[in-house]
Design a protein around this ligand. Structure first.
Ligand code: ADP
Ligand code: MG
Ligand code: MG
Length: 211
């Protein structure tokens, strides 16, 4: 059974920070083509900032931890991704209530709240060639799997595959929002960097939970 405490969530954050750290060149290259080249710097700065408070965050109640993570990211990261991830975490904090651990159904609700937080804040929808195109299909497939009563492992693999397929689907999309909209070709032919880093976070989460 899956039960994620604040301490475990921070272990996961540490793995995400590492994954992002290792993919500097690729993410920077993608945002240089479709945007202004700073997406890796933004994401790396945000996660490194969160990690600095790892000990105190790990000791908080889940909802407090999510609220604090959102505020740290929002106040540290300048770009769109700072505001969007900040909104995601703050929105998710609200569904956590007084829980001290997340089971798989609460994890699904948290991810759905993050998706809604991002969509409300950025006013983008699936198909606009953004980070949403990795998160939306991931959450949809995860939720459907749980509703069908599939086992946890299968549901988590659906979450991960949804993110990967969604990320890849951004390659041929035309940007509707964000900086890629202003590029020649609207980014067509290139994967969206925000979808890549969103996919990393979901992949690392699933691998952490299925380890
Ligand atoms: P900035 O575009 O301000 O430089 P980043 O480079 O950190 O910020 O983030 C760019 C990513 O943010 C894009 O690749 C895209 O995935 C995502 N993005 C941009 N605008 C939106 C939006 N309105 N809604 C959702 N995601 C967005
Ligand atoms: Mg950028
Ligand atoms: Mg920027």
């Amino acid at each position: 059974d899956i039960k994620i405490t604040s301490k475990e969530y921070m272990e996961y954050i540490e793995l995400v920070a590492k994954k992002i750290e290792l993919n500097k060149d690729y993410v920077t290259e993608l945002d240089s083509i479709t945007g202004d080249g700073d997406h890796w710097v933004n994401m790396n700065m945000g996660f490194q900032r969160v990690l600095k408070d790892k000990e105190s965050l790990a000791s908080m109640k889940l909802s407090e931890m999510f609220q604090k993570v959102g505020m740290l990211i929002m106040s540290t990261v300048g770009g769109s991704s700072g505001v969007l991830y900040g909104s995601a975490y703050i929105k998710a904090a609200k569904v956590l209530g007084d829980e001290t651990e997340m089971d798989i159904n609460l994890l699904c609700e948290v991810l759905e709240a993050e998706l809604n937080g991002i969509m409300e804040r950025g006013k983008a929808k699936p198909g606009y060639k953004t980070m949403i195109d990795a998160l939306y299909p991931a959450v949809t497939r995860f939720k459907e799997s749980l509703e069908k009563g599939l086992d946890n492992h299968t549901a988590l693999q659906e979450l991960k595959q949804g993110a990967i397929d969604g990320m890849n689907s951004t390659k041929e999309m035309e940007a509707v929002k964000g900086r890629a909209y202003y590029q020649a070709q609207k980014g067509v032919g290139h994967i969206d960097p925000g979808a890549v880093t969103m996919c990393y976070q979901i992949e690392v989460l699933v691998d952490y939970l299925c380890k």
